[in-house]
Design a binder for this molecule. Sequence first.
Ligand SMILES: Cc1cc2nc3c(=O)[nH]c(=O)nc-3n(C[C@H](O)[C@H](O)[C@H](O)COP(=O)(O)OP(=O)(O)OC[C@H]3O[C@@H](n4cnc5c(N)ncnc54)[C@H](O)[C@@H]3O)c2cc1C
Length: 274
Amino acid sequence: MNNFLYGLTGDIVTPLDPIYSEARQGFNTAIQQFPLIIVYCATKTDVSNAVIWSRRHCVPIRIRSGGHNYEGYSNGDCTLVIDISQMNDMRIDEGLNELIVQGGVTNKLVYEFVASKGYPFPGGTCPTVGVSGYALGGGWGLSCRNFGLGCDSLKEIELINYEGITIKANRENHCDLFWACRGAGGGNFGVIVSMTFNLPPKVRNVTLIEIDYLNVREQEQEEFLYVWQEWLKTADKRITLIGRVYHSSADGLGMLIRGIFYGSAEAAMEMMAD
Ligand SMILES: Cc1cc2nc3c(=O)[nH]c(=O)nc-3n(C[C@H](O)[C@H](O)[C@H](O)COP(=O)(O)OP(=O)(O)OC[C@H]3O[C@@H](n4cnc5c(N)ncnc54)[C@H](O)[C@@H]3O)c2cc1C
């Protein structure tokens, strides 16, 4: 390791490495940025060392979990990218109905894990989005009318602060920091290395709803938007749907409804018929 990199731990990628091009690329390929170093952290110590190193060398840091930020805020030219995607341990405390995840888990990993124990999770729609970025930004998903936003279930966070020190924040300790992280936490206050979520009660039945109205007229799209807004006001909170009006070259004008209902298929059919 050259002297400049001394102090950094974890898997280090620099522009000289063959995997650099792949490693620097976020989800949005319209954004091209060229960090100085990407460090894949496996432990809290790796994260802490990266923060301390960045201050010593006056290199700005970017924090990356799932890498799905639309504007590319988890990357930057001449920066040190602290990538925590390898930190993806998870455990459930069934006594407390709590899920404890490391900062690098994705929606897909969490859904698969909690579902294996019978729990739902108020995560997002895209499987490869990082749960850190999702929950720290609020987090809207297809369970949110039933269970709230992702950040509403957040109980505690563990973060590495600007000095490389680990802090636990919850409603009792560092409560201002905790409050701020539930919506404005992405890349702003420290590197979140672990999150504890309250889990909703276990569920037996979830129904996927998908309705596609093809080749409709403009007036029907307009009516759909009015009906949609009225219906939502009193809709059963166990149902969360996304409604889209679209104009595609293959199918013409159309409307698409997609989402989930926490209940049986029969009950969902009945509700949608109303
Ligand atoms: C295809 C797609 C589908 C989406 N669907 C949904 C959806 O259904 N619901 C929804 O609410 N949002 C959705 N989003 C938005 C998504 O939740 C945000 O862009 C989110 O910030 C991405 O998180 P990430 O960890 O994948 O991204 P990253 O790019 O890694 O991070 C996003 C931001 O959070 C910061 N950050 C990430 N991890 C940490 C950490 N551990 N500590 C501190 N800061 C951190 C980064 O620095 C960056 O500023 C979607 C985005 C895409 C691209």
